[in-house]
Ligand binder design. Structure first.
Ligand SMILES: Cc1cc2nc3c(=O)[nH]c(=O)nc-3n(C[C@H](O)[C@H](O)[C@H](O)COP(=O)(O)OP(=O)(O)OC[C@H]3O[C@@H](n4cnc5c(N)ncnc54)[C@H](O)[C@@H]3O)c2cc1C
Length: 372
């Protein structure tokens, strides 16, 4: 196989795809919009499941390295009531490796390895059916042709329009994220509250969730149901104003819980969007999608895992297939749609229960999914 293959996007999906293909001796072009490695904060920690993200890393030959840097203790999960009462305090057994956590930056560095990413290459449009392949139009006006273009360009994918007219819709739930550094020394009480993994506090239609990352870094997510324009009278760049609004939203919650919000200075607005459950399209030769570009779903621990496994499987099929990439792509689409459809349903139902008028739903969901 010596086809000109490009993957648009250097997130978990694109990098896993490229790494597995590269590992099997096939050239692949990674086109990433970010101008460089540290162009923006990489985001919070990810749990990689044994049968999904970890399987992808195994296909990439990176499982041993993952086991060295990931944090099995990060699987710990504590649930509190808004008054601070501890409702659940689950600690993983020492040998528990079902869902260890890894920082996104560590995962990216692991996947990047020898890959030669073309940074600063924002794609504006992908046009299939051109005379000599699939035309890629860049944001800076350049054009280039490939035999196969894989859209791994996330929620607001530009590649998606080549295969599907569907766009993401708002779920009615918004996250506002803040970060705390050096918690062990600066905020020891808060460090104890979060523990080695996550703490979640559920109230009616709102929740506060904090997750430990490596190096004493904690990410906090205020989650609530709100119309998309809830912030029209608020300057989202004004950290103190956003903090005050969030504290008002969680008014009455116990002081140690509100401490999660008190120390944040920069707040990132993340309204949650999704693609329709079981989003599919009529196959278009020369173009396909991976990850969030294909099946954006609520962030309940599946998106990056699915994205990585799809990337690894497609790369493997392309590398070992009959030589007709279209056959491998069709198989990939069928397999991806079936698996992602099941997860999209689960995560959509999960979000309804986690940010629900009835907070006992969140606890019930935890009891259903947590290993004993
Ligand atoms: C708060 C939060 C917590 C989450 N926690 C988890 C978790 O614990 N476990 C889990 O499995 N999932 C989790 N997810 C979901 C996960 O982040 C996504 O599903 C995953 O990142 C999808 O990977 P991707 O490669 O498809 O897309 P992305 O990670 O979005 O990567 C897309 C890449 O494409 C680039 N790009 C975009 N547009 C263009 C363009 N036009 N041209 C070139 N490049 C472009 C972007 O810069 C980016 O690098 C979480 C999500 C959120 C918001």
């Amino acid at each position: 196989m010596r086809h000109r293959i490009a993957v648009v996007g250097g997130g978990p999906a694109g990098l896993t795809f490229a790494r597995v293909l590269h590992g099997r001796g096939h050239p692949v072009t990674v086109l990433e919009r970010d101008p460089g490695l540290d162009a923006r904060p990489p985001g919070g920690t990810l749990d990689l499941h044994e049968g999904l993200g970890q399987r992808a890393l195994e296909k990439a030959g990176l499982l041993a390295e993952f086991q060295q840097v990931s944090r099995p203790e990060g699987q710990a999960m504590r649930i509190l009531a808004p008054d601070g009462t501890v409702l659940r305090d689950w600690q993983p057994r020492p040998e528990e490796r079902a869902n260890p956590e890894i920082d996104r930056r560590q995962l990216r560095d692991l996947l990047l390895g020898p890959l030669d990413v073309r940074w600063g290459q924002g794609v504006r449009q992908v046009v299939p059916g051109a005379r000599d392949g699939v035309l890629v139009r860049f944001e800076d006006g350049r054009e280039e042709t490939f035999d196969l273009v894989i859209g791994a360009d996330g929620a607001w994918s530009r590649t998606r329009t080549a295969v599907s007219p569907v766009t993401p819709r708002y779920t009615g739930v918004t996250f506002v994220e803040t970060s705390l550094d050096d918690v062990e020394t600066r905020l020891p009480d808060l460090a104890r509250l979060v523990g080695d993994g996550s703490v979640a506090v559920y109230g009616a239609n709102r929740a506060l969730v904090a997750q430990r990352n490596s190096g004493g870094h904690v990410k906090v997510y205020a989650q609530f149901r709100a119309p998309l324009d809830w912030h029209t009278d608020l300057d989202l760049a004004d950290g103190a104003a956003v903090r005050a609004r969030l504290l008002a939203l969680f008014d009455g919650w116990a002081a140690p819980v509100l401490d999660l919000l008190h120390h944040g200075t920069v707040f990132t607005h993340r309204p949650l969007y999704v693609l329709p459950v079981s989003h599919t399209w009529t196959h278009v030769p020369g173009v396909t999608l991976l990850g969030d570009a294909a099946h954006l779903m609520p962030p309940l621990g599946a998106g990056a895992n699915l994205a990585m496994l799809e990337g690894a499987e497609l790369a493997e099929s392309l590398a070992t297939g009959s030589g007709d990439p279209d056959e491998a792509v069709r198989d990939h689409e069928e397999r991806m749609w079936a698996r992602a459809g099941r997860w999209a349903e689960l995560t959509a139902a999960g979000l309804e229960r986690l940010v629900s008028p009835d907070p006992t739903q969140a606890l019930a969901l935890f009891d259903e999914v947590q290993p004993s």
